[in-house]
Design a protein around this ligand. Structure first.
Ligand code: GCU
Length: 590
């Protein structure tokens, strides 16, 4: 990186050009299960940097003197900046940044002492919204885009004993990002999931995928990919079943099918097995459930048995922490869904923290996971497609050992155009190519002439359908009409229905915004949907009220109030009980 003279930056327009070409993607990801980590969480010095002066003036070089040795006036002072505890969303961590949507600079020091000769050291950032850049000891290591999937940076070459690391996180919303500029949720900014150091051997296990062979109950498929095209032998073990299988590795990969009768995982009996994979000095571990999910005609079958997905949608949005959910926040949401009688949750509209799928595996909850191909994505733009596909790959690599995840959703509520059909069909194919063991879906819209006519349904295993009869489409008689006019040949999940209601705001069932109106809509929606054979699940919108800048009515107060529970995650609205009673009946019918 050539050293710039101070102040020369003010005439440079294309200041980002020098940072191009170092994007970190799914290709840089590695399997993290069972590995020792060193947390870089904690106090980081920070400064808001809406003009990207750090990138323009190379603050990360931390140069205080010029070539002639004269002290320079600096516009930054890393140790003089205030501190913020990472991971977090700056919007909730520092009230003065509640509405801030631009760049924040974070920096800290850390000491590194090698443990093993030849070890490779990596930084994994669980998530940063939206564009992250990493600098170590004055060197630019690369960037990652995508606000909800992990980023991996190798530090090895730039490490010293005493280190200064600097991150820039830019939360700007832009039309050519995924999601695009306009969404119906709050744009939390920050480095908001864990920052961890990993020490790995020269050749390490990059991918480890283990699952039940689709359609079987006693054969496992193991897939392994190493960090480089090495040859040798890997060993897969599942101690509880006395399995110790050797996998010949060629060109850095191995695929194996091994006989292993297992107790199948279900939400009611979420059986998990400890598994391990060894290659050379490296060892990866996981706790995995084995189950089969498929469709047959209009049915969704879990382990060969038809099931109805009694679900609810949820965002990542905790009052005090925003998107930076803790394990307790995740458990609270899953237990609240269980109290409703749910066996299923739609994690909308972006990859939630991996804690959700890990907990869902343990507590027994089926999941729909989704990438934020949301509303008006630039479907004709190749770079936007690459961004969407990369987020899909990063999500699948992160969560594909999770039995709880049964559906990958490639998007939500997109207009049915040729460009969109091509873009999302490619995403569906990419998902199948990376993981043949799950169902592919998307949340589609009802057509203008009230039919299920979205062409994307052709390439989905399960049709997600958002319909708001009784709310945005006031005439609830159109709901039975919709299905009388549609003959879907595959299962349908009603991925959204609902109504706004401020907790404690009362009126008649006709008064929009009252809890009585919301409850009446739930009563009529569930009564109608119960009669429709192709509807094999539903995830009403939504479990909790959530922050939403688009919602300014006094009853909303910058919140979307369609929650069954208030944003405080405590106070349940009457519609909560309507859905709970409906699910109790559905469960009794099983
Ligand atoms: C849409 C969209 C949601 C949104 C909801 C609403 O269907 O998918 O993200 O919050 O409707 O209008 O409340």
């Amino acid at each position: 990186m050539e050293k710039k003279k101070p102040l020369s930056d003010i005439h440079v327009e294309d200041y980002l050009e020098e940072y191009a070409g170092r994007e970190k993607t799914a290709a840089d990801a590695f399997f993290t299960g069972g590995r020792e980590t060193e947390a870089l969480d904690g106090l980081w010095h920070y400064a808001a940097d809406p003009y990207n002066t750090c990138l323009r003036q190379h603050w990360y070089e931390a140069r205080g003197v010029n070539a002639a040795g004269f002290t320079l006036p600096l516009d930054f002072d890393f140790e003089g900046w205030p501190t913020m505890t990472l991971p977090c969303c700056w919007n909730t961590a520092a009230p003065e940044f509640f509405w801030y949507e631009s760049t924040m600079v974070f920096t800290r020091r850390f000491r590194y002492l090698p443990k093993k000769a030849g070890e490779r050291v990596f930084l994994r950032v669980g998530a940063a919204n939206y564009a992250l850049r990493v600098f170590l000891n004055g060197r630019y290591l690369g960037s990652h885009t995508g606000g909800s999937t992990p980023a991996f940076f190798e530090l090895t070459e730039a490490l010293q004993t005493e280190n200064r690391i600097l991150l820039t996180a830019d939360a700007s919303r832009r039309p050519r990002q995924v999601p695009p500029e306009n969404t119906d949720w709050f744009n939390y900014g920050g480095v908001y999931r864990e920052l961890e150091l990993y020490r790995l051997p020269g050749t390490f296990i990059r991918e480890f995928f283990v699952r039940l062979k689709p359609g079987s109950t006693d054969r496992l498929l193991i897939s392994l990919r190493l960090s480089d095209p090495a040859e040798g032998e890997a060993v897969f073990s599942l101690p509880e079943k006395g399995v110790e299988a050797s996998l010949p590795v060629s060109g850095g990969t191995a695929e194996a099918e091994i006989p292993c009768p297992v107790q199948l995982w279900t939400p009611e009996a979420p059986k998990l097995y400890d598994v391990a994979l060894r290659f050379g000095e490296d060892r990866a571990e996981d706790r995995v459930g084995f189950r089969d999910i498929r469709t047959e005609g209009l049915q969704i079958l879990l382990n060969g048995k038809p099931l109805f997905l009694r679900g609810v949608s949820c965002h990542e949005d905790a009052p005090e922490r925003g998107k930076a959910l803790t394990e307790e926040d995740c458990e609270q949401a899953i237990l609240e869904a269980k109290a409703l009688g749910c066996n299923f949750m739609r994690l909308a509209h972006y990859p939630h923290t991996e804690k959700m799928a890990l907990l869902a595996d343990r507590l027994g909850m089926l999941l729909w996971e989704e990438i934020p191909v949301y509303w008006a994505v630039r479907f004709s733009d190749g770079a936007v497609y690459a961004e969407a596909e990369n987020q899909l790959s990063e999500l699948i690599l992160r969560d594909r050992n999770r039995a709880s995840v049964i559906l990958w959703s490639v998007g939500n509520e997109n207009a049915d155009t040729d460009e969109r059909f091509s873009f999302m069909s490619r995403l569906a194919a990419a998902a199948r190519e990376r993981d043949g063991s799950r169902l592919i879906t998307a949340a589609c819209m009802v057509s203008a002439d009230n039919r299920i006519a979205d062409r994307l349904a052709e390439v989905l295993d399960v049709i997600g359908l958002n319909e708001y009869f009784g709310w945005y489409s006031p005439d609830l008689r159109q709901l039975p009409e919709l299905f009388a006019r549609s003959r879907p040949a595959k299962p349908v999940i009603i991925s959204e229905f609902g109504a706004d209601a401020l907790f404690g705001h009362h009126g008649t069932a006709e008064d929009k915004g009252t809890v009585e109106c919301q409850a009446e809509i739930y009563r009529r929606q569930t009564a109608e949907l119960a009669k429709i054979p192709c509807v094999r699940g539903m995830t009403p919108w939504i479990l909790y009220d959530f922050r939403c800048p688009r919602r300014t009515h006094p009853l909303q107060g910058y919140y979307n109030r369609k929650g069954l529970v208030d944003a405080d995650r405590r106070r349940r609205k009457p519609a909560w009980y309507v859905l709970r009673d409906f699910y109790e009946k559905k469960k009794a019918e099983e």
